[in-house]
Unconditional design. Structure first.
Length: 100
């Protein structure tokens, strides 16, 4: 656990603790032409996913590929004839259905 005290970043989340509640748990700061989150603790996989999702959406990069979750992922490319192609990969033993 880090007790973040941002000087230029925006506080996204605080700790719910009687002593450490004044410190930031998650911050967001600009970096170059973009921004970067700083997480001061070990979040669960679900919370990590939400933090990354919010950052990607704020950057305007959220799309069809980002909506899928492991073990189902999408990769894209361009064929020799310059047509786009999307590959949906299922890394599990169970069948999945994806709506595109």
């Amino acid at each position: 656990m880090k007790l973040l005290t941002p000087t230029t970043g925006a506080v996204v989340a605080h700790y719910h603790h009687p002593v450490w509640g004044e410190y930031a748990a998650v911050t967001r700061n600009t970096y170059g032409k973009g921004e970067v989150p700083c997480v001061g603790f070990m979040p669960s996989a679900a919370l990590t996913e939400k933090i990354v999702e919010k950052s990607v959406k704020r950057a305007g990069l959220w799309g069809q590929q980002q909506a899928l979750h492991f073990p189902t992922i999408m990769r894209s490319g361009v064929l020799a004839n310059e047509h786009s192609v999307h590959y949906i990969l299922n890394y599990s033993a169970a069948p999945v259905q994806v709506t595109t």
